[in-house]
Write a new protein. Structure first.
Length: 152
């Protein structure tokens, strides 16, 4: 059996090298693009997390049974629904104001609390309205919660 000339082997290796290099470069771009999209925070996620914290955390407004110490997410204790829980203080565990954190205004019936005094000057806002339960004077009642927040 005759061996092919050395030049045809070299040409085959060069063609294989180009194809393999192209495949590696394509794979690199696909992986890097996927990694970048994984690292992006979906729009509205940060606001959603804050809203869930307001409604579910004992440090914020969630009702906590005094006997069992059980926390009831989604039920607002009107005694906790105060401006002090949103103020920027070191011991405040509900809402810590930092740069690039969205501003909020919450309203239950006629009671309004907000994260800053300049909320009215914010141009881009979104509003969510929910029907919730509130704990008021030892009883549970239906109420409407309106949450306005800054959109970027």
């Amino acid at each position: 059996m005759e061996e092919p000339p050395a030049t045809s082997k070299v040409v085959a290796y060069i063609v294989f090298g180009f194809i393999f290099s192209g495949f590696c470069i394509l794979l690199f771009f696909i992986i890097s693009k996927e990694t970048i999209s994984i690292a992006d925070i979906p729009k509205g996620l940060e606001e959603y997390v804050f809203i869930q914290r307001f409604l579910s955390s004992q440090d914020c407004f969630a009702y906590q049974d005094k006997e069992t110490l059980r926390i009831y997410p989604g039920i607002i204790d009107l005694e906790k629904f105060k401006q002090e829980r949103l103020e920027d203080k070191e011991d405040n565990l509900c809402y810590k104001f930092k740069k690039d954190v969205p501003e909020f205004r919450l309203k239950i019936n006629d009671k309004i609390i907000q994260t800053s005094d300049n909320f009215d000057s914010i141009k881009k806002k979104n509003t969510i309205k929910k029907s919730i339960l509130i704990f008021k004077e030892g009883k549970f009642e239906n109420a409407g919660l309106e949450i306005q927040y800054e959109t970027k």
